[in-house]
Structure formats: C-alpha cells, structure tokens
Design a protein around this ligand. Structure first.
Ligand SMILES: [Zn+2]
Length: 280
C-alpha cells in the first residue's frame, strides 16, 4: 500500500492516482484525498479545499503524466472537498460535475456544477465510466462514484479509513446513512478510495462493521435515554461516548442528535419541546 504523503501522486490502481491535500486536522485526518482518474485526459475527483498549493500539486501531477485535466467531480460540497474546483476552474477550462448544494450553512457556497449529477448518472472519464450512487447520510447531497470496469468506489465521506464520519442534522441523517450503507452491499465493489485515509481493501467487511458500529451506538443512546428521560443530545454525550476523547464530544453531539432524530422518526422515542424520551 502506498503511503499517504501530501502532494505526491500515488498510483492506487491502473489509471487512478491519489494526491493528498495539505489540510491535516481533527476533521480531515491526514487531509483530503483528491483522485486523478485517466491516462490521456484526467478527471479530478474531490479537488479538496480552496488551497492554491494543492491545485499546484494536482497540476504538477497532471504535467508529469503529460495529460490535461478536463473535469472535476465532487462527492459532496463540504468545504474540505469541493472548493478546490473554483481554484482549478480559474486556471483551466474544466467541466464541473456533482450534486446540488443543500442550504444548511455548512457547505461550499461557491460550488456551481455545469452538470448536476444524481443517482444512476454515468460519466465518461477518458475511456472509462463512473456511475454516481446517491448515498445521503453524512450529508443529504452525498454521492459515491463507482468505476464500473474495476469496481473501485470513490466514497468521499460516506466511509473513510480509520474513523467514523460525522452525521450533522438537518442535512445529515442517520436513517439515510444506514440505508445508504446497506445499499452499497448490493454493488460490485472490490476496493474503496475514501476522501480521507488509506484505501479500504475489504469493502463488504467495512460496510458491515460500520452498520453494526452505528447500531451499537444507537443501543447506547437508547440505554442512556432510558436512564435520563427528557434529555437533549448534550445531556447524553458523556455516557454514550465514554470511548471517545472529550475533545471530540462537541462533534459527537451532532451524530448523537442524528441518532435521536432517527429513533424519533422510527417511533422509538418521542420528542417534546426538543427533549427526548425513550418509548422502548
Ligand atoms: Zn464531508
């Protein structure tokens, strides 16, 4: 497995290279992975944050390959994934493809797709085809892209290596997230190229582990809610996330809220004045 070295293109399968962004952090792990797909002409999948140095690195990689960058695809419009498209589009003649932007105040408001992609849409990349798979959950507009000939899935923030992703309501939905994970079990995926971290080599195991992990967390939420009726998410974060360091509790509270909303939507908790009670 090639190491994650910022800026240096790493071949991950024939015709696909990863270029790690220069934005390591609490929410981004080693940084955002951008992928260059193609040999004769290139497509950037998730150009990363609006960082001219990262755009320089993507262009240098393209130059090394002797192939022009023709288009940009984005999995979703969080600010560590799509804003780099604007930087590249100022320099190059590009087609921008991806989802519409949900209005939740957490998105790249500069993103404008030349072509809006939705579930099942196919895009020709050089001599290959990717298919968009709608995977709402982390955020409502999330897409994964499946390279149909090799079974490589670009997962954006739907599944990342080494960590679980934040589900931030209202655009993020735990119910949708679990449904999107289950849906991918029906696809022919041989490897996953995530938006953060290393390749995921055993997709089915990763999907099953993540589904089980989220359901386990849900059980903890329900237990905590039984012990502390009339709670909001903040009241439950300590008992539910005892395994998670304190500095992550503010972020964990968002996913906890998403769990509570799911329980409410499924009739397993009730909500009055924004406070929750367990119903089972
Ligand atoms: Zn994201």
């Amino acid at each position: 497995m090639s190491a994650l070295i910022p800026g240096k293109p790493a071949l991950i399968e024939p015709g696909v290279r990863r270029v790690l962004g220069l934005n390591p952090g609490m929410m981004t792990g080693p940084g955002t992975n951008s992928y260059l797909v193609g040999d004769n002409e290139l497509t950037v999948i998730d150009p990363g944050p609006a960082d001219p140095r990262h755009a320089d690195n993507l262009q240098a990689a393209a130059e090394q390959l002797g192939a022009p960058i023709r288009r940009v695809l984005v999995t979703h419009t969080h600010r560590d994934h799509s804003p780099g498209a604007s930087v590249l589009a100022e320099r190059l003649d590009l087609e921008l493809l991806g989802p519409e932007v949900p209005d939740d105040g957490l998105q790249d408001e500069h993103w404008r797709a030349d072509r809006i992609l939705g579930d099942g849409d196919r895009v020709r990349l050089d001599d290959r085809t990717v298919r968009a798979i709608a995977t709402p959950g982390h955020v409502g507009n999330h897409l994964c892209f499946l390279l149909e000939d090799s079974g490589l899935l670009f997962t954006g923030d739907h599944l990342i290596h080494g960590s679980t992703v934040v589900i931030a309501p209202p655009s993020g939905s735990m119910k949708d997230y679990l449904a999107s994970l289950r849906r991918l079990l029906d696809e022919d995926i041989h490897c996953m190229a995530p938006g953060h971290g290393e390749l995921i080599q055993e997709p089915e195991a990763a999907l099953n582990w993540t589904i089980e992990h989220r359901l386990e967390r849900e059980r903890k939420v329900l237990d905590a809610l039984r012990q502390r009726p009339d709670s909001v998410a903040q009241d439950l974060v300590e008992p539910v996330y005892v395994d998670v360091p304190d500095y992550l509790h503010a972020v964990a509270t968002l996913s906890l809220e998403a769990h509570l909303i799911k329980l409410y939507e499924e009739g397993r908790a009730e909500r009055r004045d924004g406070r929750y009670q367990a119903l089972e």
